[in-house]
Each structure stands twice: as C-alpha cells, then as structure tokens.
Design a protein around this ligand. Structure first.
Ligand code: DX5
Ligand code: ZN
Length: 218
C-alpha cells in the first residue's frame, strides 16, 4: 500500500435528482474523490450518464473525478473528458486489444491512466502492460450496477497484483470496485488496495461521513 486507504464514493448510487446535494454531502463527509461510472448499454447491460452530466457535476464540485468508463469504444469516449482534468481516466482491458496508445494519450494530458479488469479476467493479463499504468481497477462484481454482492475470489487478485506487479511499478495505484463494505474493507486495504470505491455502502442512512469513516478506518 502506498499510504492510507482513500475512499472514492460511486455517484451511481446517489439520488440523481438531487445531485448537487449528494455531492455536497460527499464533500462534507470527507470523500477523497468521486467515482464516476460511465456506461454505454453495450459493454455492460445498463446505461448511466454521459459527458454532459459529468461536465455539469464537475462544475459544482471540488472533488477530484475518478472516471470509470464501461464502454465498448474507449477511443471514442475518453477524449470527451480531457478538458475536465480529472484525477483518473480508467477503461476496460476487455474493451480493446490495443490499449497502449490510449493509455499514453491520457497520460500526455496530465491525467492518471488506468485499466479496469472484470472478475473473470486473470490479473496476469496486466503483467506485460504494468510499466505504463498509473492505476489498476479490480472489479469485484460484474460491472453494470451498484449494490451487488462482493465476489471474494475476484478480491484475491488485489494481493496477487500487490505482490507480483507492484514491484515492477512502485507508483502503481490499486483500486477496488464492487460490493465494498465495512466488513471486507479491512482485508482489501491490508492486502494492497490504495483506493476503495464504494456505492451502496456510502449512499445509505443519515450520515455519509460516518459511512466513509467506517470504510477508511480499517
Ligand atoms: C459497477 C460500478 C461500481 C458500482 C459500485 O458497475 O463500476 O462503481 O457503482 O457500487 P457498489 O459499491 O454498491 O457495488
Ligand atoms: Zn465503477
């Protein structure tokens, strides 16, 4: 682990009709960034929101944007977000056999570049490309929806990536996404996760701050 675990609440689980208030609650609650799930209804069986909505969000929040694209054509959609100077731009390894040019292009824009891998994708598929990655996003549910149950066998890839890939890229940031809650958060942080993405376990109850603190203080 590079430092203390950071929390990236997934806005997909927010009340979209009150997005300004929801972002404000995350800011007050001490979120480190906000995770933004862009879905095209093709790579995953759901549609969330697109560039316009993300630009409107960016205009009203000071939180860094952690953008996760679940789209079949990342070359088409990634450049839509360059002007926002997000914290990170992540797309799926499964979406293209040619990720290198796009990763390099994201980095050239001064943005952290990363690849997400689905639960069924072996961590070894990241090995050869590790030197040019700033981040990896390990999916611990099949992407498409918030509120699904954590898949422990997918979470075990965190430790393998920490042990086998991090030594070859000391600055690599490992993020985990899907079913993260206060029960599995300690284990995920201990085995090497730097960022915990969390939807359902943040956007519930009275206090998002308490929920975020519970996840962070693992
Ligand atoms: C799933 C998304 C996740 C999701 C996380 O496709 O990538 O970011 O919103 O939500 P939870 O934490 O509820 O699984
Ligand atoms: Zn996500």
């Amino acid at each position: 682990m590079v430092g203390k675990v950071r929390i990236s609440p997934s806005i997909l689980a927010a009340d979209m009709a009150h997005i300004a208030a929801e972002l404000h609650r995350l800011e007050e609650g001490g979120a480190d960034m906000v995770h933004v799930d862009v879905m095209d209804g093709h790579f995953v069986p759901n549609i969330s929101f697109g560039s316009k909505f993300v630009h409107d969000m960016a205009a009203i929040t000071s939180l860094p944007l952690d953008i996760h694209l679940m789209v079949s054509d990342p070359y088409r959609w990634i450049p839509e977000f360059y002007d926002l100077k997000p914290y990170s731009l992540l797309f799926h390894l499964e979406a293209t056999p040619l990720p290198v040019r796009l990763l390099q292009d994201i980095r050239a824009h001064g943005i952290l570049c990363g690849l997400a891998i689905n639960p069924s994708t072996p961590w070894q598929h990241l090995e050869s490309i590790a030197p040019i990655l700033d981040m990896v996003l390990v999916m611990t549910v099949e992407p498409g929806f918030y509120g699904q149950s954590y898949l422990p066998w997918a979470g075990s890839k965190i430790e393998a990536i920490d042990k086998n890939i991090r030594p070859r890229n000391q600055n690599l940031i490992i993020s985990v996404d899907g079913g993260v809650n206060e029960k599995n958060a300690p284990h995920l942080a201990q085995t090497g996760a730097d960022i915990l993405v969390a939807g359902g376990s943040v956007f519930k109850g009275e206090s998002y701050k308490d929920n975020i603190d519970r996840l962070r203080n693992t």
